[in-house]
Every structure is written in C-alpha cells, then in structure tokens.
Design a binder for this molecule. Structure first.
Ligand SMILES: [Zn+2]
Length: 81
C-alpha cells in the first residue's frame, strides 16, 4: 500500500470521526471502528484502482492489437521494454 497525501486527509477525517464517536462509546471501540474503516477504505480504493487499470490496460500492442501487460505483449513481444 502506497502512502499518499490523500491518506493524510483520510486519517484526519477518521480521527475527527473517532473524536465524535468517543462520547457514545469507549475510546477503544471508537479507535477499532476507525481503524477498520481506514483499512476498508484502503482496500476498496485499491480494488477500484486496480479494476480501472485493468479496464484501461497499459495500452494495446501495435502488432496484433492485444492488450499490453507489464509493458509486453502476451502474444508476440516478450522483449519490448
Ligand atoms: Zn502483439
């Protein structure tokens, strides 16, 4: 998982949310809920990013038109960088 600036905003938002939860429950439970939310969001965002990348792909091979994977065409080019 890469750490991005967006993550800081997410953490700040979740910390504020945790502070908001503390009057209603023990701080430990509030922290657990917030940590679970954080990982849930990270996994969700990561999966969505992955599926977008899958849809877009890395481009199309100029030779055969199939999708380029890892900068290589699975059909005809295993040496292209
Ligand atoms: Zn090809």
């Amino acid at each position: 998982m890469k750490f991005e600036r967006r993550d800081i905003l997410l953490i700040v938002g979740l910390l504020l949310f945790m502070i908001g939860l503390i009057p209603f429950m023990a701080p430990v439970y509030a922290a657990i809920i917030v940590i679970l939310m954080y990982f849930g969001i990270k996994v969700y965002v990561g999966k969505r990013k992955q599926s977008i990348e899958k849809d877009v792909g890395e481009g199309i091979c100029m030779e055969c038109g199939s999708q380029v994977f890892n900068k290589k065409c699975p059909n005809c080019d295993y040496s292209k960088e």
